[in-house]
Design a protein around this ligand. Structure first.
Ligand SMILES: NC(=O)c1ccc[n+]([C@@H]2O[C@H](COP(=O)([O-])OP(=O)(O)OC[C@H]3O[C@@H](n4cnc5c(N)ncnc54)[C@H](O)[C@@H]3O)[C@@H](O)[C@H]2O)c1
Ligand SMILES: N[C@@H](CCO)C(=O)O
Length: 380
């Protein structure tokens, strides 16, 4: 018997969606700053998705530049230039020139993705946003740096390009957006508590005294969990930055100096060059072994915990938790964020999952890019 169903290509649901994608066709020029561990994975994810995004959603991603600390590469989607020798396409990094190149002709949609951990790059966001460029970043320095700079960035993003920074808190987990949704729908934040460091979560889970703590820190660095300088993790500053980002999202004008932070970095290693710090990591082993022994003596486990409340109390540090505690049962790089709000006062809202690593972080940045792309008007 002959089927009455239309052939696949003419399927009533399939054809209109293809047509819809073509009618929503828009181009987004993208420039990536910081092709390091996260940035290079993001580039691979973007390239792998280019064809699918165009076909299914009408979004044409045009990767038109990559800038590292010393060199930049323009027109990386230009087959003619790419066919030339590397030396002809790489040039010394000049972020003004880079931004102008990505912005291109007046009127095109353009975005800079900052995957560096650099403060000078962060200091340019408000200017870029005001010029109409969208900015997406996992770099925490803008959102947790000087309050006046943060306010200038927010102001610029009200009228210019859009700014998204989901991956600054717990990598690819939906933490900033969850808080934003709670607040936008009229809820009020009372407190946040949890484990906000993928590196420290992983170290605490792995560290049982059999391998020295220093060896585990080296491994976490190699796995791409740590900040470029692992002291940012070990000092608690990376977590303090995340608390400041969430506090500011809630409208609380908090700064880093408002957070009480316990550092695991011995004072004599705090200021030495990164290479020397890595070479002297073994100096962390004895104090960490003592902390572990103390936790075990009380039948507890070590966990790195942070908290913030609406009275401005914010603290970050290592704690020995009893084994029935919910934070004692996390795995690998798991972060936990516990939002207590007016609506979720008795039973807090929880976000939990892997909180570090290039793959999940890059995916969080990519999702931010797509949220901005969804709001773009159709242009040639
Ligand atoms: N690794 C993770 O799990 C993770 C998770 C969330 C957020 N982040 C954030 O992602 C960012 C990148 O982390 P990473 O681990 O990939 O670091 P990385 O050190 O591997 O890469 C940093 C890149 O930035 C570039 N860079 C530095 N200064 C620059 C400048 N002035 N101009 C242009 N480029 C510059 C470097 O050349 C390098 O390519 C950091 O801000 C980090 O906090 C990382
Ligand atoms: N180094 C950070 C990356 C995610 O911000 C961490 O370990 O949590």
């Amino acid at each position: 018997m002959e089927s009455c169903a239309p052939p696949i290509a003419e399927h009533p649901h399939r054809l209109p969606s293809l047509q819809a994608a073509m009618s929503r066709r828009r181009t987004l020029a993208v420039g990536l700053i910081g092709p390091g561990r996260v940035g290079s994975v993001l580039l691979a994810q973007l390239r792998a998705a280019q064809e699918r995004l165009l076909r299914d959603t009408g979004l044409a991603l045009k990767l038109c530049g990559v800038a590292a600390s010393r060199r930049m590469w323009l027109d990386c989607d230009d087959p003619e230039l790419n066919a030339q020798h590397d030396a002809q396409t790489w040039r010394p990094t000049d972020l003004e020139q880079f931004a102008a190149h990505v912005r291109g002709d007046e009127g095109r949609h353009a975005m800079l993705v900052d995957c560096s951990a650099n403060d000078m790059v962060a200091s340019k966001y408000s200017y870029w946003l005001a010029s109409g460029l969208h900015v997406v970043t996992p770099n925490k320095l803008a959102s947790s740096g000087p309050l006046s700079r943060w306010q200038a960035i927010r102001a610029a993003s009200q009228h210019g390009g859009r700014f998204r920074y989901e991956a600054t808190v717990c990598a690819g987990l939906p933490v900033v957006q969850t808080l934003r949704d709670l607040l936008d729908t009229g809820d009020q934040l009372l407190s946040v508590e949890g484990m906000f460091s993928g590196t420290l979560a992983w170290l605490c889970c792995q560290y049982d005294g059999k391998r020295p703590f220093s060896a585990l820190v080296r491994e976490a660095h190699a796995l791409g969990y740590t900040e470029p300088d692992p002291r940012d993790d070990l000092s608690g500053m990376d977590v303090a930055r995340k608390l400041v980002i969430l506090a500011r999202e809630a409208g609380w004008p908090m700064s880093l100096h408002d957070v009480a932070v316990e550092s695991l970095v011995p004072a004599e290693l705090a200021e030495v060059p990164l290479e020397e710090f890595m070479a002297r990591l073994e100096e962390l082993d004895a104090p960490m072994a003592a902390r572990l022994a103390e936790a075990h003596a009380h039948q507890g486990v070590l966990r790195h915990v942070a908290s913030l409340d609406r009275n401005g109390r914010a603290q970050v540090g290592l704690q020995a938790l009893p084994s029935p505690h919910p934070f004692a049962h996390t795995r690998l790089t798991d972060n936990i964020v516990q939002f207590r709000t007016q609506r979720y006062r008795d039973n807090p809202l929880l976000v939990q999952g892997p909180g570090a690593g290039p793959e999940v972080t890059a995916a969080g940045i990519f999702a931010d890019l797509l949220r901005i792309a969804e709001s773009l008007q159709v242009r040639a």
